[in-house]
Design a protein around this ligand. Structure first.
Ligand code: PLP
Length: 474
């Protein structure tokens, strides 16, 4: 499989190089040159497969030519292992739970960090280590996090022999659960940095480091945010997994997806284009609603950033949206380069009417306020006894308001465990003893390891250079 850039000017790469690449050299994002397409018979024959075997069938075409089948199978078996020594705490890996008649939550929070990002980052860490061992290479990962990505990336890379990971979070500005999920994981290749600044400061330093990598003395820098193709690829699998349990592919399924960066929902769009009958995809956002403004009114314009009860979707710009725009424009890289240049100059944009109409055949959207989020958490708990996290609650709200057909099963992606967001649960006014799952039961007693650094690029880069080789200088 070859991968091309959404802006048309960067060289095509194979899977292995895309895994290590991050942004394309022309500023675009990598997408498969040709999407694999499965027949209905083929998809139907996967019913009942264990998660890792389904994952193999769905993802195999994407890694062909880079990873032999036997190796890929083994990696997937380890990634999606369940049971006592497993990675995922539920035997079904991603269980479906019924809320109402024909309304389901796909629970994606049974991984080590209790959010759906584990599905992709557990795989990404293993793939990186596999590819790097083969090439006899080491890399450094730098990432910025306001919450869930950092812990999932650290958990995903903690066993990597060939990766040193540096995760920056804004000092004293992430929740205690989220901080402890990062700082209590020890390893000579794991480095937590608390920056005396905000999330944007952290992200700017990551961006600046990618733009000028001289401080790494030749070591490659790798991205773990959702622009990395491998993350999107891993997320396609659970759409198949859910649909197969609800009568697919003989029957269509609809999905409602809490989203910020358009990563998770883009994976659903790909699943449909690969042959899975999906009749509707709902973009569920919080008050940071750039995607909703596009879907409802064909305006893609940067707004202000509002902190909300669903912090993992607090974004101003949706990085993966460019991948959808590329398809909407007939995969014309030059057109996307022009749109994005306009956008960067602060202009924002609309797309031509027929392109927008095309998108609306599949996508609907809703922006959900904090008040509505709290209301939905309380409502669903009263109705069905399920305590939702605020992100999932947004998905449920949007599913109920935007649903096109009651005859089509509606699956809401349950992106996080409610225990990660006690503030939102408290605001919903529901009395509930939130208990950490067994593997995190002693989280608040564990020692923490973290370095506080000034909000200064050179200081951070010097720290990375001095610790980037399993804690030793590069
Ligand atoms: C990251 C995250 C999201 C948003 O994911 P996208 O890739 O932006 O769609 C939603 N919910 C939770 C809990 C998350 O951690």
């Amino acid at each position: 499989m070859r991968y091309i850039s959404t802006r048309g000017q960067a060289p095509a790469l194979n899977f292995e190089d895309v895994l290590l690449a991050g942004l394309a050299t022309d500023g675009g994002l990598y997408v498969p040159e040709n999407l694999p397409r499965f027949t209905q018979e083929e998809i139907a024959s996967w019913a009942g497969l264990p998660y890792h075997e389904l994952a193999f069938r769905v993802m195999r075409p994407f890694v062909t030519g880079s990873i032999p089948d036997a190796d890929f199978k083994q990696i997937l078996e380890q990634t999606y292992a369940t049971g006592a020594d497993g990675v995922f705490a539920h035997n079904a890996v991603a269980p479906l739970r019924q809320l109402n008649g024909n309304e389901w939550v796909l629970e994606l929070f049974h991984g080590p960090t209790l959010a759906f990002k584990d599905f992709a980052l557990q795989l990404l860490g293993r793939l990186l280590d596999y590819v790097l061992a083969k090439r006899n290479e080491r890399v450094v990962i730098m990432g910025a996090t306001s919450g869930d990505t950092g812990s999932a990336a650290i958990e995903g890379c903690k066993a990597c022999e060939n990766v040193d990971i540096f995760i920056m979070h804004p000092h004293q500005r992430v929740s205690e659960v989220q901080r402890r999920q990062m700082t209590t994981i020890f390893g000579e290749n794991i480095h937590n940095i608390a920056i005396e600044g905000n999330f944007d400061d952290c992200q700017e330093m990551v961006k600046a480091s990618f733009a000028d990598q001289g401080f790494l003395k030749g070591t490659r820098l790798v991205a773990v945010n959702s622009i990395n193709w491998a993350r999107i690829m891993a997320q396609i699998v659970y759409y198949f997994h859910a649909a197969l349990q609800l009568g697919g592919p003989a029957r269509s399924v609809a999905f409602s997806v809490p989203t910020g960066n358009f990563g998770d929902i883009f994976a659903g769009y790909l699943a449909r284009n690969m042959g899975l009958p999906i009749s509707q995809l709902i973009v569920a956002t919080n008050r940071n609603d750039i995607l909703h403004r596009f879907m409802s009114g064909n305006q893609y314009v940067k707004g202000d950033l509002y902190p909300t009860l669903s912090p993992s979707m607090d974004i101003m710009v949706s990085s993966n949206f460019e991948r959808l725009l590329f398809d909407l424009h007939g995969r014309n890289g030059a057109a996307i380069a022009e749109l994005m240049a306009n956008f960067k100059q602060g202009g924002g944009f609309s797309v031509e009417q027929d392109r927008w109409t095309e998108a609306r055949k599949l996508f609907d959207s809703l922006a959900v306020s904090d008040e509505q989020t709290s209301e939905t958490i309380a409502q669903v708990l009263a109705e069905s006894g399920e305590l939702l996290d605020p992100h999932t609650a947004i998905g449920v709200r949007a599913a109920r308001e935007c649903r096109r057909s009651l005859a089509v099963p509606m699956v809401i992606l349950g992106t996080a465990h409610p225990v990660k967001f006690p503030e939102a649960v408290e605001k919903a006014g529901v009395a509930n003893e939130l208990e950490l799952p067994a593997h995190l039961a002693d989280l608040f007693e564990r020692d923490e390891r973290c370095t506080v650094l000034a909000n200064d690029l050179l200081t951070v880069q010097a720290f990375v250079a001095n610790h980037g080789n399993r804690g030793k200088p590069l």
